[in-house]
Design a binder for this molecule. Structure first.
Ligand code: FMN
Length: 376
């Protein structure tokens, strides 16, 4: 077999074992029902992509109604969501992958139109992006409720049969908003110094790990982190390495470093060519497995990430265009990997829920779209 390292088993701290080193990256589909129940088309989408990867991560799933960041986002905020959570988990398991629920709160990145009230965040600082309203700072009690909500979502994941959860601490959402000097301007126990800005993400991590410890079976907890922010002030790699040290003290199963391109250097400083994930691997120094991601198209790209020191590689967009990427690589058919999105008919051809397919086509430059066939 080519690329044997990609197909080595992996055993995590919790005892969870996977059949290989390939992970389906968490990807939002905008396709769930308005009440947060998963749609049948999402089930089919997940199932067709679960035959190869060792771990399948679900789309970000909101733990509190005030954390809903996307239309058609799915939910794990109440016990009523259990049948929906279970259906997704069973679909993933039926294809032999381990199922990981990504647990999420959008904070100030939630459009007001999706919420029952004004968005909440660490402070009243709006995101520097069009379309987002000024948030309201969370009270101390609301912060504690949110921590509990992450723990409750973990308990639901256990009940629904998942093999673990991933705490979404990345991509500018609530946990990152508390860590960031841009969005956290608090002067109480939850903000100010670097140590206090770490407090909320670490409290969520501790609460989730405590809930996971009650599972009575191997149940993993991972943490997704964004190493930097472009805003000024914004998170720097130096600050992130401090958070990484604190996370490495926790009983976590992995650290998943969210970057747009694995090979790219700093997003804050063009002259700094060091790969942020590589800096994190060096700092972690074997205390925690690191999952790498970002623009993997070919097996060589994935192999590079393992050679760089990551324990596993997550695949996002390529798995939208090629649901059977892993199977094709395993069977020596890498040349047959499809690396474009069809301009029409992609929903049926690639089992993509329609709202996801429409979004992918509409966002210029996100995925390479197939050239239109010339009209005869
Ligand atoms: C359609 C789409 C939806 C995404 N949704 C999520 C999400 O729900 N949670 C998350 O952590 N990252 C999300 N991401 C980021 C991916 O997990 C991944 O980190 C990113 O796409 C880079 O990997 P890639 O180059 O292999 O696509 C999303 C990406 C895409 C393309």
């Amino acid at each position: 077999m080519q690329y044997p390292a990609l197909f080595e088993e992996l055993r995590f701290l919790s005892g969870l074992q996977t059949r290989n080193r390939i992970v389906l990256a968490p990807m939002t589909t905008w396709s769930s029902h308005d009440d947060g129940r998963i749609h049948e088309d999402e089930l089919a989408y997940l199932r067709v992509r679960s035959g190869g990867p060792g771990l399948v991560m679900t789309a970000a799933c909101y733990v509190q109604r005030m954390g809903k960041a996307f239309s058609g986002q799915w939910a794990c905020d109440t016990d009523e969501t259990l049948p929906s959570l279970r259906a997704a988990c069973e679909g993933i398991h039926a294809e032999g992958a381990r199922a990981i629920l990504q647990i999420h709160h959008g904070g100030r990145m939630c459009p007001s139109s999706l919420l029952p009230g004004q968005p909440v965040s660490a402070s009243a600082e709006p995101a520097e992006r069009p379309g987002f309203d000024r948030p309201r700072p969370m009270t101390h009690d609301e912060i504690l409720e949110s921590i509990d909500a992450f723990a409750a979502a973990t308990r639901r994941a256990i009940e629904a049969g998942y093999d673990g959860v991933e705490i979404h601490g990345a991509n500018t959402y609530l946990l990152q908003q508390f860590f960031s000097p841009h969005s956290n301007r608090r002067s109480d126990d939850w903000g100010g110094s670097l140590e206090k800005r770490m407090r909320f993400p670490l409290a969520v991590t501790d609460a989730v790990c405590a809930a996971a410890a009650q599972a009575g079976r191997p149940f993993a907890v991972g943490y997704r982190i964004s190493p930097e922010e472009v805003e000024e002030p914004g998170i720097t790699i130096a600050e992130t390495l401090e958070l990484v040290d604190a996370l490495a003290e926790r009983p976590l199963d992995w650290l998943h470093v969210s970057v747009r391109s694995y090979l790219a250097g700093s997003m804050r400083d063009d002259s700094d060519r060091e790969r942020p994930t590589r800096c994190i691997i060096d700092r972690v120094a074997g205390r925690l497995p690191v999952i790498g991601v970002g623009l993997v198209y070919n097996p060589e790209d994935a192999q590079f990430i393992l050679d760089d020191g990551c324990a596993a590689v997550a695949l996002g967009r390529i798995m939208l265009m090629e649901p059977r990427w892993v199977e094709k690589v395993a069977e020596g058919r890498a040349r047959e990997i499809r690396a474009t999105l069809p301009r029409s008919g992609g929903a049926e051809q690639l089992q993509l829920p329609q709202p996801l397919y429409r979004t992918l086509l509409a966002r210029e430059g996100w995925l390479p779209v197939e050239e239109e066939e010339e009209q005869q």
